[in-house]
Design a protein around this ligand. Structure first.
Ligand SMILES: [Cu+2]
Length: 374
């Protein structure tokens, strides 16, 4: 943890050792409609389950040392959470057994040729229109003068235009139930009411917090103006979070059904009316796709300078008489408006759920071959 505290966790890895067990587990990518088979091997000394939220047929329970296979048809393109919910309890999920399954679209390109994260032929008219208008606007309108959004390669966990923020919370007294080489210690007073007893000391993104979450290409979006970046945000923890991003508003691409009386409560669908947000709520187990447009921020003194061969000029470009451009990159914070989440270990601020994104330069500064260059 960020304050040096060492805790045991449980993690998913990939069989064969290509991804060692870790938190969060490996990012799984499949194509919409594909027949998916996942074999899960439980190397622990207690029973565990595996399931993908909102995906029927994906759940399996495995005794100690057992393995088994689940088969399901990959659902609608989007972001899904897989986790261990043994007995309906969040215990093993918060001890580390969670990860993201990404379903890629089979028909994700708009009529005008813009890639999107969703299968447009599976959307209703309102959804298709909303998604197409937004993604077609990139690179064709004065507001979005850059290029198109490009999906991550199928063998990648993330890319320069696609990040996963997997939120979670850590309570050391639960982590202490894990002892290497032994089954999880039984503690009825603690585990019969996990939610009631849970007091988080650490609030994490991809299992890191504070300074640690301000580093790393998996979390930190670093792009030039006009390179929209998809943030797949999911909450595996037990706290409700409220992510707030500075500098740009984000476009909400998917939204959850929040009416507790609805039979679809918690279900996530592609937005029919895409508006921009500066703060978005993340309830436990919720997923939300948002698009960070990398627009010119409204709070800078003038426009973002173009690339300049002179490094000194690139750092400080005089734009308007009397105004000096901030040095690049411009860094804008993301913090959690559920204020406790900004701290670690009971008050250490700002070592909680915080990170930032970076604007590297203006539209003209974009490398010719983005993927090759960075
Ligand atoms: Cu804020």
């Amino acid at each position: 943890m960020i304050d040096g505290t060492v805790l045991n966790m449980l993690g998913f890895g990939l069989l064969g050792g290509s991804v060692a067990p870790r938190v969060p587990g490996p990012v799984l990518r499949v194509k919409e409609g594909a027949a998916v088979q996942i074999t899960i091997c439980n190397t622990r000394r207690e029973a565990h389950t595996f399931e993908v939220t909102e995906v029927p047929g994906s759940k399996i329970e495995l005794g100690p040392g057992c393995s088994g296979t689940v088969s399901f048809i990959a659902p609608a393109a989007g972001t899904y959470l897989y986790h261990d919910g043994l007995g309906g309890s969040p215990l093993y999920r918060i001890l580390g057994l969670h990860g993201v399954l990404i379903v890629e679209p089979v028909a994700g390109t708009t009529a005008a040729g813009s890639p999107t994260p969703y299968s447009l032929n599976r959307l209703d008219d309102a959804q298709r229109t909303a998604i197409s208008r937004l993604f077609d606007a990139f690179g064709t309108t004065p507001r979005f003068p850059g290029g198109k959004w490009q999906p991550a390669p199928s063998n990648a966990e993330f890319s320069i235009q696609e990040k996963i923020w997997l939120l979670c919370d850590v309570d050391p007294k639960f982590s202490a139930l894990i002892e290497p080489g032994r089954a999880i210690r039984s503690s009825p007073t603690l585990t019969k009411d996990v939610i009631g007893n849970f007091v988080s000391r650490y609030f994490t993104i991809n299992n890191r917090s504070g300074f640690d979450a301000a580093e790393g290409e998996d979390i930190v979006a670093r792009n030039f103006i006009g390179e929209p970046t998809l943030l797949r945000v999911a909450n595996a923890g037990l706290a409700t979070h409220s992510n707030h991003i500075h500098g740009n508003d984000v476009f909400q691409l998917t939204e959850p059904e929040l009416d507790p009386l609805s039979p679809n409560f918690g279900a996530v669908t592609v937005s029919r009316n895409i508006f921009s947000l500066d703060t978005w709520s993340m309830f436990p187990l919720l997923r939300r796709d948002v698009l960070l447009p990398f627009e010119v921020p409204t709070d800078i003194p003038s426009r973002i300078p173009v690339a300049n061969p002179n490094p000194a000029a690139r750092q400080f470009t005089r734009m308007v008489a009397g105004q000096t451009q901030e040095p690049l990159p411009l860094r804008y914070v993301m913090h959690c408006h559920t204020e406790m989440s900004q701290t670690a270990a009971g008050g250490n601020y700002p070592q909680g759920m915080v990170t930032h994104f970076e604007i590297l330069g203006g539209v003209d500064g974009r490398p010719k071959s983005k993927l090759a260059a960075r």
